[in-house]
Design a protein around this ligand. Structure first.
Ligand code: ZN
Length: 552
């Protein structure tokens, strides 16, 4: 139950599907967690059951809470707690920054997040020998910006028993020197080796995001990740890789009243047989927490250069060519099984070969088990051919890319692959083919910031100021703004969020900029000042996260 509140005094953008600029009402009433009325101030005032509190927007814009269709709350929170390596320029910078943390916390493992070899002057991953300069007595592990792998020091290699005799698992990578000794770089399916004897294992079903942790670590990191999403105005998410560790974090947050967003969970495909055994063939959950579907991996990461980029090859010694997580028949089996059960799939695929395998698998699954309305997704979908985009339109397959990666990594992709590299995440091509434009963060891979991400999808401006790809790959502004609101909401099967509609959820964002009419570059710097969930403020620029209400 929430008291009635009327918002007025600034643009109210309903983000309806058809015309974003139309129908700007004067006022909006929320009550009992829902939007009760939209219209003139007098109309909505009369619709309230009691005397409503008034919130003067004071020129700020009222928008629906943003929807992030692909994010990782717990991993994002871990990244926020670990040493930030997202802006380092050299391996020496990495060593310096980690050394400060090692000195501050003697005896504890040193964790970092966010380095990217393609943005380092050294153009390589740090080696165990580099990281031994941080400490030889503590474990050092730094996660790559993609989340798909780590660089480790010798102590960590030793702790996790990774030696010349350790076989490289299918769908994984352990870099080695001429004598076969591991050099400290461990990626994708090989990350299972880093979770400790008690840790969650995912085998060749994905990169393992986890490091050894206890319950307190997990709930603290979850809260950090959630707070960051709320501060970006995100009130509904799809968590794109849920194992038992993430599931425990969501359930614990909900049971303690600390889940302050609507979360749709994609369980990792290593759980598919468990779901089948339990007979979980339909939606399970409520307005705040829902079992949404199954996450499948087809190939590796573009920014780590482990994606399977087919004829474009990748990327020279010591980096191997990209790889597939599963043999094609196994991928087909996973997608067919999920589809036959009525579960949505979201398959990570970057290169045109794995994208083709996913589309073939979906087409075959649909031929044997027609299930109209069951939507399948391709996560990221970096380099589809035009023909594949046509197939997505025909099959109702929705790509879920992250346009801020075009901004952050476009320069290095163009440098390495030429014009083809600049065609990464071709939003305009999707839009022109009638394929939904859906924008997401993949936090922590890019920082949550939906308005800035919309700007990146429209402008395709790289960090160096160039434009990646051709103008036809740029999204229109209406499509990009729907891509952070109504379109991902629809993808999550919801008509009650992602737009402002009477009877819908009162999940709201107050922003200092009107995204519909502002100059394009102002979208990149627009600031969220307040976030509301179910009719109550949950985060504000001035006071941060609202306290948990007991008894709610
Ligand atoms: Zn992801």
């Amino acid at each position: 139950m929430t008291d009635p509140v009327v918002f007025q005094g600034g643009p109210i953008r309903l983000m309806q599907e058809d015309d974003l600029a139309a129908d700007m009402p004067d006022a909006l009433l929320v009550e009992d967690g829902l939007i009760r009325a939209i219209g003139t101030f007098d109309d909505v005032r009369r619709a309230a059951t009691g005397a409503p509190r008034q919130v003067d927007l004071d020129g700020r814009t009222l928008l629906p809470g943003f929807v992030d269709a692909h994010t990782h709350t717990l991993l994002h929170g871990s990244g926020l707690e670990w040493v930030d390596l997202s802006d380092v320029k050299t391996v020496d910078d990495i060593v310096d920054r980690l050394s400060r943390r090692a000195a501050e916390r003697p005896g504890s493992p040193v964790h970092g997040y966010g380095y990217d070899q393609s943005l380092l002057q050294d153009r390589r991953h740090p080696s165990a020998r580099d990281l031994d300069r941080v400490t030889t007595t503590q474990r050092v592990q730094i996660q790559h910006a993609s989340g798909h792998g780590y660089a480790l020091n010798t102590n960590a290699l030793r702790d996790f028993g990774i030696t010349a005799q350790t076989p490289t698992p299918t769908g994984g990578r352990i870099d080695r020197d001429d004598r076969g000794e591991p050099t400290g770089v461990v990626f994708d399916a090989a990350c299972d080796l880093l979770t400790g004897p008690e840790g969650v294992k995912v085998s060749n079903h994905g990169p393992n995001f986890h490091l050894p942790s206890n319950d307190d670590d997990v709930s603290r990191m979850f809260e950090l990740g959630q707070t960051s999403l709320l501060a970006a105005g995100i009130t509904t998410i799809c968590d794109a890789q849920v194992t038992e560790l993430e599931m425990a974090a969501y359930l614990q947050a909900r049971d303690s009243g600390r889940l302050r967003m609507r979360a749709h969970l994609m369980l990792l495909s290593n759980k598919l047989e468990h779901l089948k055994a339990l007979g979980l063939t339909s939606r399970l959950g409520d307005d705040f927490l829902e079992l949404y579907g199954v996450k499948v991996y087809a190939d590796g990461s573009v920014i780590a250069r482990t994606a399977y980029l087919g004829a474009h090859g990748c990327c020279g010694d010591p980096t191997p060519s990209g790889y597939l997580y599963h043999e094609p028949a196994e991928l087909q089996q996973l997608i067919t099984t999920a589809h036959a059960m009525g579960l949505r799939t979201g398959t990570h695929a970057q290169g045109d070969v794995p994208i083709g395998l996913v589309l073939d698998a979906i087409e075959r699954a649909r031929a044997t088990h027609p299930r109209p309305g069951l939507v399948h997704r391709i996560e990221h979908c970096g380099f589809p051919t035009d023909q594949q985009v046509g197939a997505m339109a025909r099959l109702g397959v929705v790509p879920v890319p992250q346009p801020m990666q075009v901004h952050l990594y476009g320069d290095s992709l163009i440098e390495e692959f030429g014009d083809w590299g600049g065609s990464f995440y071709p939003y305009g091509t999707f839009e022109q083919a009638g394929v939904p434009v859906v924008i997401s963060s993949d936090a922590p891979v890019t920082s949550p910031g939906p308005l800035r991400a919309a700007w990146a999808a429209i402008s395709r401006q790289t960090a160096a100021g160039d434009v990646a790809g051709s103008p036809r790959q740029q999204a229109s502004r209406p499509a990009a703004l729907r891509g952070i609101t109504a379109a991902p909401a629809k993808l999550l099967g919801r008509s009650d969020v992602g737009r402002l509609v009477a009877g819908g959820q009162a999940d709201l964002v107050l922003a200092d900029t009107d995204p519909v009419t502002c100059a394009l570059d102002d979208l990149a710097t627009a600031v969220v000042t307040e976030t509301w969930l179910a009719g109550s403020p949950v985060w504000s620029q001035t006071s941060g996260l609202a306290p948990v209400l007991t008894g709610s």
